[in-house]
Write a protein that binds this ligand. Sequence first.
Ligand SMILES: NC(=O)c1ccc[n+]([C@@H]2O[C@H](COP(=O)([O-])OP(=O)(O)OC[C@H]3O[C@@H](n4cnc5c(N)ncnc54)[C@H](OP(=O)(O)O)[C@@H]3O)[C@@H](O)[C@H]2O)c1
Length: 495
Amino acid sequence: MNKPLENSTFVIFGATGNLARTKLLPSLYHLDMENQLPEGIKILGVGRRISDRQAWIEELENDLKGKVRGGLDKKLFKNFCEKLEFFNGGLRETANYQLLSEFLQQAQFSRNISFYFSLPPTLYGSVVTHLGKAGLLKEDQGWRRVVVEKPFGNNLESAIDLQRHFDKYLKETQIFRIDHYLGKETVQNVQVFRFANLLLEPLWNRNYIDHVQITHSETIGVGSRGSYYDEAGALRDMIQSHLLQLLSLVAMEPPVSMQAEDLRNEKVKLLRSISPIPKNAVSSYAFHAQYSSGIVNGEKVKGYIEEEGIPEDSVCETYAAVKLHIDNWRWRDVPFYLRTGKRLAEKRSMIAICFRQPPKQFFRTSQLEKFQPNWLLIGIQPDETLRMELTVKKPGLDMKTQTISLDTCLNEDTSKDAYEGLLLDVLEGDHTLFLRADEVLQSWKIVDPIIRYWDSQTDYIPTYAAGSWGPEESLRLFEKEGQAWRSSLNPEKNR
Ligand SMILES: NC(=O)c1ccc[n+]([C@@H]2O[C@H](COP(=O)([O-])OP(=O)(O)OC[C@H]3O[C@@H](n4cnc5c(N)ncnc54)[C@H](OP(=O)(O)O)[C@@H]3O)[C@@H](O)[C@H]2O)c1
């Protein structure tokens, strides 16, 4: 049995915002429902839009109704509300930190405190500085932790600058940089799959793997997050963080142990082995585009520049594809293709590993015919699945072949949100699934040449029709003729 958690106070900055309402508070409710929260925990919401605790609870009741497993239970909700407190105040005003500090002196609040930054990223540096100056990050009376959402910085330079603010008032062990992708069941399964099964290890290298594709596609557009998204774009929003994390889990060497630091050391080592993208050849390694109007799931949808909050001359990318090489013993010359986009044909996150062809093609009937290579597909969402494609003989008198697949669904119950486990990890002080400073900075370093090049291209961006699988031109990233993006789990449906 796990050790009972130490009592603590969980402060949510930005408790009135989208992330807190749709993810953090439902996850905390679920943890409470399952008796996973520490006895005596207080959850302190901080925001400006809502005036007091009562108003927060009323809004929360509405928010939780449609979201929690099994429907909102009156008794459980009442129990949960007993843990809630609210502090109204802006975080740009220095005086509010003194007031917050006094508020937290009340006996009901444990001196072990987590501060969750569910805030506009532009506030992170100043909030840390204010908390530090108000003495709220000192650990003399209990531990202090800061949980920070992505993006950590907007490019390499700003991430380094932000880290300086954090270094001034915090030790690395106090910081939890969240990437909620790492909390997903299947993402964690990549490690188990790789390191608990000897079967694949001999094949997991340049001798047998032709290339690896990592895709995150969405059918939704930018919605109401237009002004945030237009500053970020697909590369910063998805590739710098989530997709590079997936890549490092797929490609890293076995760690010394599954302890946080050993794991993070291996991920950083892998990221450091990625060959830098040459500044003068970015377009051979990266491709970007923006969605125009089209049809998604049978419905006509607007183009990106017609969306709310988007300037009509925006050249922000909603699609990004990048080719990376890992210059190490295991992976030299194996391309890793990363792709993400909004308003694509299907919502899907998938790792697709394409194996090399056998040295001799025995079973083909014509010179032109080629075997389908073996693929190993790891579906992350919506299907949490593992699929291995093999070539077998078609039943019948002729020696004809067909592709079959060995499949398994890894998780029938997808109702558990990644945030539930991650919040629990913060309360336990377990850093395994959180990013270390050097990891984040190295990820920015990898995409930095692309950011600089795309930022300089201010007058044109290619487009793709909403509802398609993105621009055909991105196929030029592939190194071998005939290779293409793997978009579906089903080989017949691909492209
Ligand atoms: N939403 C998601 O699904 C998602 C996913 C991944 C990462 N994130 C990250 O999570 C963070 C929050 O995102 P969000 O979508 O929740 O944004 P949001 O809906 O705009 O909420 C921002 C929150 O920040 C508060 N805030 C803003 N300025 C403030 C100030 N000066 N003083 C005090 N509070 C202030 C707002 O409170 P008031 O309105 O009460 O002032 C609001 O609660 C961002 O860093 C985002 O990148 C979000």
